[in-house]
Ligand binder design. Structure first.
Ligand code: MF3
Ligand code: CO
Ligand code: CO
Length: 267
């Protein structure tokens, strides 16, 4: 099957969607505090997307998902369902994953938040998940095989003493939420497609403090680590360019930090 190569007009649309998705992650940050429920955080994001941004929250009703964001705390790996009963407490680490649809084009991203202060190991886990994503972004350029990304992400993550979740991966995205290619965050000797300018996909490594195995909970969505160790994830959406990639969901804070840039020249 083929992976669409996006033309400039489509890239402009995707850039807009991605900017809006990134803005939600920035907007919600001051609300992430001990005592707030994940249901409330979801409601604030929902209202901002629908009323202020006038976009569609892509997660809402996606294969029956009941909320507008995924919020995954501590041992929850991904797809945590926001709830009024789930109150944040000091030391929690959480991922908020936001996807918007703007004029039919999708923007998907996520980041970690720390409630107050947490222990060194959890901080290191969050930091490693971000660096794992960045290492993936620094590898992207035309001509390489897609499985190069998984190779470098896995190598870094395991060198930090953490493990890479296998069951969930990055994905092609554009006028659909999830399409080809599947972007594994570990190495698989699967041939791997050759990257070409105009391909749009996410990189979103989930990394665990303990073992890599995960369990799906009875609600059919929430994924936890099997050993109940903590898990962290960061996600960006990118388009492959002539000499690297453009990080379409980059936030200002990241441009300032200087570890990645919107336009990554990876030659
Ligand atoms: N945003 C997630 C991703 O990065 C997908 C969430 S699907 C949902 O691919 F249904 F759980 F919302
Ligand atoms: Co995604
Ligand atoms: Co996402």
């Amino acid at each position: 099957m083929s992976i669409p190569l996006r033309k400039e007009e489509e890239i402009i649309k995707l850039r807009e969607a991605c900017k809006l998705a990134a803005d939600v992650l920035v907007m919600i940050e001051p609300y992430v505090k001990a005592g707030v429920s994940t249901g409330e955080l979801d409601r604030i994001c929902h209202d901002y997307m629908v009323k202020v941004q006038k976009v569609i929250p892509a997660c809402l009703n996606y294969h029956g998902f009941p909320k507008s964001t995924c919020i995954s705390i501590n041992e929850v790996v991904c797809h945590g369902i926001p709830s009024e009963d789930k109150l944040l407490k000091e030391g929690d680490i959480l991922n908020i994953d936001v996807t918007v649809i703007k004029d039919g084009y999708y923007g998907d991203n996520s980041k970690m938040y720390i409630v107050g202060d947490t222990n060194i190991r959890s901080r290191k886990l969050c930091e490693a998940a971000q660096e794992a994503l960045y290492i993936g972004l620094r590898a992207v350029k035309p001509g390489i095989r897609l499985n190069e990304i998984g190779k470098v992400v896995q190598k870094y993550t395991e060198a930090q003493g953490f493990s890479v979740v296998r069951e969930y991966c990055g994905h092609g995205i554009g006028t659909e939420f999830h399409c080809e290619p599947q972007v594994l965050h570990y190495y698989a000797d699967d041939g791997g497609v050759i990257l070409k300018p105009g391909m749009v996909f996410t990189i979103e490594p989930m990394i665990n403090a303990g073992r890599k195995e995960v369990r799906l909970m009875g609600d059919g969505w929430t994924v936890k680590t099997k050993d109940r160790s903590h898990s962290a994830q960061y996600e960006h959406q990118l388009v492959v360019t002539e000499n690297g990639c453009e990080v379409m969901t980059i936030r200002e804070e990241e441009e300032k930090a200087g570890r990645i840039s919107r336009i990554m020249v990876n030659v």
